[in-house]
Design a protein around this ligand. Structure first.
Ligand code: AMP
Ligand code: MG
Length: 538
């Protein structure tokens, strides 16, 4: 029995300029490395009695399900601040979209399945290493409670991919609420194609933000409300990254979804030893996408989105005025055409001014929403049920101290639990200052002690110890996909050993458990294991 997908192919009903139909290019020897059965089940994908080799055939692109309409999506993007009007899916092919068990529409996409009309000079392929990294990272993020694309399957292609060196090829199947990006809006705005822009925005509303359809009738600003929702989701998403020490690494506008999911795991990594200026990506020479810059880059990207959506905001304003326009139009019947034209120009200018003002307001709100979300996350990490006055200073002072001491970010928060009681023992936490990469001095040690004692006092006043500790354990993971472990899994997989990957995957998908079997994954790298640079999959 073949794999059966309940594809609806709704994206394929959008105007034809939104995508290019394309078939995957078969690979020579597909071998299934991993299939995410529980996700398949949630997606209503039927795989009973399907063999591994049949799964490999489907998830390598060697056979396309009958009801799929494979396509490559068109998009533009600002890459490291520079506009590239013509990007699009160069190595990803959307098989189709389908409803999951929660009646949510999901995209199923093959990454590395061959060239598309958007491939430019690229080969349309993926090396095994980055595909494996994406599998681990996105499933870890999901288990950590961060909105993200998911991993459905990983297939080794049996082919060689040439990058800096020869590498094994792979096809990775990912699932998203949608793969629509900030850059997708930019694509149509840049081409002045307002019909496609509007069709895309309406699709995004139906798909991700149906509530906008209802609220908009009062304010009459449907597209502005859509922009508000996208902004809100991004502000909250990036706060989660910051709370967990995650660095995306390539926050180009083509790598930012409008759904609010994390997408495109390239040179991303979690911080071990904390440093707010940390950068892993080998191509991020200027540190544009450093840990600390992520919230501001989110706002920068959303500003590009606002620019792209401006014609839509103006449609909002114009439609809000349309009834009074009609009355006026009737009264103007007698007036000279020239006057009408002048008036229309003036109205357009007013609409534009209004649209810019509205969008600017939303962009300003982004910073507040992000800050609030970050503080709420920090509060939970420290056992507090809510943010109270003075907490912001407490959180910022701690971030400063972590930065100065360079302690392991994840272990610090996880261990803080051991001294949550007002007379709690600080030794396990202070021990982190003895790590090779940590910086310690008597004044720093003193400051950290004082910060902890102050926090212990606040916690004792505000929360019961057991609920605070429970909250902390659910907010501070024991296990994150540490770079050196991911690297180990990749190295082993390259020589055909997938056990290390399996073990790591099992650990990172139970991040809040204290499982003795997973203890090795809790440890930071020893100096020789440290991964200083990560590379894009391209
Ligand atoms: P990324 O760095 O993965 O976000 O990709 C940036 C752009 O380059 C997107 O348009 C990709 O589709 C395209 N691209 C990346 N790698 C390849 C490849 N191997 N072949 C073709 N296009 C690619
Ligand atoms: Mg990308």
């Amino acid at each position: 029995m073949p794999v059966s997908f309940p594809f609806e192919n709704i994206y394929a009903t959008l105007p034809s300029q939104c995508f290019e139909p394309v078939q995957p290019t078969p690979v020579s020897e597909p071998e299934l490395i991993k299939f995410n059965e529980s996700l398949a089940d949630r997606l209503n994908i039927e795989t009973t009695d399907v063999t591994e080799s049949e799964l490999a055939t489907i998830f390598s692109g060697n056979a396309v399900p009958d009801n799929a309409i494979p396509l490559a999506m068109a998009y533009s993007g600002h890459q490291f601040g520079n506009l590239n009007p013509q990007l699009g899916d160069g190595r990803a092919i959307l098989l189709g979209d389908l409803y999951d068990k929660n009646s949510q529409l999901r995209d199923v996409q093959l990454k590395g399945a061959g060239r598309t009309p958007f491939s430019r000079g690229g080969d349309g392929r993926s090396p095994l290493g980055p595909a494996l990294r994406e599998y681990i990272l996105c499933e870890a993020m999901y288990s950590l409670g961060v909105p993200t694309t998911r991993a459905l399957a990983l297939v080794r292609s049996g082919e060689t991919v040439i990058r800096q060196q020869r590498e094994s090829g792979a096809v990775f199947t990912r699932v998203a609420a949608s793969h629509i990006r900030v850059g997708t809006f930019q694509y149509f705005a840049l081409r002045g194609d307002h019909d496609a822009l509007r069709a895309l925005a309406d699709h995004v509303i139906n798909r991700h933000y149906p509530e906008v359809k209802n609220t908009s009738e009062e304010s009459g600003k449907k597209y502005l409300n859509l922009f508000k929702k996208i902004t809100e989701n991004q502000a909250k998403l990036i706060a989660k990254w910051m709370n967990l020490g995650f660095i995306h690494g390539v926050m180009n506008t083509d790598n930012m979804t409008v759904s609010g999911e994390t997408i495109d795991y390239g040179p991303c990594a979690f911080i071990d030893s904390f440093n707010r200026k940390k950068v892993f990506s080998s191509i991020d020479q200027q540190g544009r996408y450093a840990y600390i810059n992520q919230p501001a880059i989110g706002q920068w990207n959303l500003t590009r989105l606002a620019e792209a959506m401006l014609p839509l905001f103006m449609m909002d304003t114009e439609s809000a005025h349309s009834s009074s326009d009609e009355v006026e139009a009737a009264a103007q019947k007698q007036t000279a055409q020239k006057q009408t034209a002048q008036k229309q120009t003036a109205q357009k200018q007013t609409a534009e001014k209004q649209a810019i003002e509205d969008a600017t307001q939303v962009l300003n709100d982004y910073a507040h929403i992000h800050q609030r979300a970050w503080e709420t996350g920090m509060a939970a990490k420290l056992g507090f049920s809510e943010v109270q006055e003075g907490d912001r200073q407490r959180f910022e002072a701690l971030t400063d101290l972590l930065d100065e001491t360079r302690v392991d970010f994840t272990l610090f928060f996880r261990r803080l639990n051991t001294c949550a009681a007002s007379d709690g023992d600080l030794s396990q936490v202070l021990d982190l200052l003895n790590a090779p990469e940590a910086r310690s001095s008597a004044p720093l040690l003193q400051q950290l002690k004082e910060w902890i004692q102050d926090w212990q006092g606040a916690l004792a006043q505000r929360e019961s110890l057991s609920s605070a500790q429970q909250r902390m354990n659910q907010s501070n993971p024991a296990i994150i996909p540490r770079n050196h472990q991911v690297q180990r899994a990749i190295t082993a997989a390259e020589s055909g050993d997938y056990e290390v990957f399996e073990k790591l995957l099992s650990a990172v998908t139970q991040p809040y458990e204290d499982n003795p079997e997973h203890q090795e994954f809790e440890q930071p790298p020893v100096p020789a294991e440290q991964v200083l640079r990560t590379f894009c999959g391209t």
